[in-house]
Write a protein that binds this ligand. Structure first.
Ligand code: AHR
Length: 495
């Protein structure tokens, strides 16, 4: 068989589980993510449960969102959780200083968020305020949501109608402390982190807190170096990393009608994630060879200069097949580093940046990114299968990127899933797939593809792009030829 790529999956090996939290999401008080997005209020004509849109709840249940980060982002370091509890009529308002200066009435607070997580079956990940908050404030938040009863903060929670604690495990200790979180030097933040994390008690009713240090800005390896060096292991469970697929922060380019040159540059930025995580992990290995601290990529995705954000909310952007390519390729990278990456959170879940859901009044669309994440959710908690990949390049104006990326896993039932992405804008790729030891298993598949790279789902054409049955493969007994159309994502199942 003539071939452009070869993928050899070691179907009988595999040591590491792909933590389901790699498929995590992020919801910030920003633009129309929370207000007029997830939350429309219980007096809205849009069907809702306690103010949260029912169609969003349904879509997120279907997506199998494992973990949801809130309330920011930069907003987290301005947020005072006590303003968002108790009688909504008595809550003070807050100015969203980072995102458009909008005034919020705090009607969506801790109870609303944690109840939403329960409804969609996601673990909450609360980002604490270190930048403009206090140690006591964060310690009290932990006590409020986790103490079983008989303490000042659990008493207040019970007064506010919630008897049982929520047992929140995941806690961020500040966000982007090198920037909007306080413009700190890593040495200063490492000390602050030690102080804050010391007073975050697990209250013995949960299986321990999981504290995440605010991580590096992309390739700032020194940040990770200092945190890993200066924070003693009993105080830290995860260290974060933020990296967006941005061409140029000064000129990010449009979300729609971008053309192949900007597409190529975006994919180059997205694939840089492989180098980033490899280098950050190498630093972590140096200070933590036992692998006790995890890498948490708690903000990632595409970020453009979107015209629509002027009318549709701050950082609103359309989501095209380019975003599907970012999602598929990046998730393959995260899967393949499942030994150290234990959580990732796509920015952001509704109406902001690389959203999986966009809303416009009562209308809702599931974006191409939603579909990729749903196709890939078969990897959640499955055992990563090592693979060898050889691929031809996607070439544009003399520059090259690897055209095909892949990851594979075996789930509890023994079913094998292989996710394949062809980022080439023009050429299809013929992949020879070797799956030794899988004789007599049957292959099926799903594909996400479209006629044009710039295609997207719109409010008047919500299902233009959706996964279809894939039959572009032939072969048997462990050797297959798979044809991936240009800019497509395919997930194969063998069982
Ligand atoms: O996701 C948007 C913003 O990007 C977040 O608030 C911040 O953490 C990052 O810079």
């Amino acid at each position: 068989w003539a071939q452009d790529a070869t993928v050899t999956v070691k179907t009988t090996e595999g040591e590491h589980v792909i933590n389901r939290n790699i498929y995590g999401h992020f919801a910030e008080h920003l633009g129309r993510c929370i207000y007029d997005g997830i939350y429309v209020g219980d007096d809205s004509t849009i069907p809702n449960t306690d103010g949260v849109r029912n169609d969003i709840i349904d879509a997120l249940v279907e997506l199998k969102v494992p973990v949801l980060r809130w309330p920011g982002g930069c907003f987290a370091d301005t947020y005072h959780w006590m303003d968002g509890i108790g009688d909504p009529a008595k809550r003070p308002s807050i100015v969203n200083q980072w995102w458009g200066g909008s005034v919020e009435d705090n009607s969506f607070g801790t109870h609303d968020f944690l109840n939403l997580c329960e409804r969609i079956g996601a673990e909450p990940y609360l980002a604490g305020n270190v930048g403009s908050g206090q140690v006591k404030e964060l310690a009290d938040w932990v006590q409020y949501v986790n103490h079983p009863g008989g303490s000042p903060m659990s008493g207040l929670r019970i007064e506010n109608g919630q008897k049982e604690p929520w047992n929140v495990k995941y806690w961020g200790v500040g966000n982007e402390m090198w920037g909007c979180g306080g413009n700190m030097a890593p040495e200063f933040y490492a000390n602050l982190y030690r102080q804050y994390s010391t007073f975050m008690t697990d209250w013995t009713n949960s299986d321990g807190l999981y504290r995440i240090a605010s991580g590096a800005n992309g390739a700032d390896y020194q940040w990770t170096e200092v945190l890993m060096r200066d924070i003693p292991k009993p105080l830290i469970e995860g260290v974060a990393l933020h990296s967006y697929s941005v061409i140029d922060w000064g000129k990010k380019g449009p979300a729609k009608n971008f053309g192949e040159e900007l597409y190529f540059k975006t994919m180059k930025a997205a694939l840089f994630m492989e180098e980033l995580v490899t280098k950050h992990i190498a630093i972590m290995d140096k200070y933590d060879p036992e692998g006790r601290v995890d890498l948490i990529v708690d903000e990632w995705g595409g970020w453009y200069d979107s015209k629509e954000s002027e009318t549709m909310g701050v950082l609103y952007q359309q989501n095209t097949m380019r975003d599907a390519m970012i999602a598929g390729a990046t998730l393959n990278i995260f899967n393949n580093h499942a030994d150290r990456i234990k959580m990732a959170n796509l920015a952001q879940i509704v109406n902001v940046l690389q959203a999986v859901i966009l809303t416009n009044e009562e209308k809702l669309i599931l974006t191409p990114t939603y579909h990729v994440m749903k196709m890939y959710n078969v990897h959640q908690d499955a055992v990563l299968l090592p693979l060898e990949l050889e691929t031809s390049d996607y070439e544009f104006q003399g520059e090259k990127l690897p055209a095909v990326s892949a990851s594979a896993s075996k789930d509890e039932s023994g079913a094998i899933h292989i996710s394949l992405v062809n980022i080439d804008a023009k050429e299809s790729q013929t992949v020879i797939l070797n799956l030794d030891g899988t004789d007599n298993k049957k292959m099926t598949g799903e594909i996400l593809a479209s006629d044009k790279l710039e295609d997207y789902n719109d409010f008047d054409e919500a299902d233009k792009i959706s996964p279809k049955k894939f039959s572009g493969f032939k072969g048997k007994n462990g050797e297959y030829k798979v044809t991936l159309p240009p800019f497509s994502v395919v997930v194969l199942e063998l069982k």
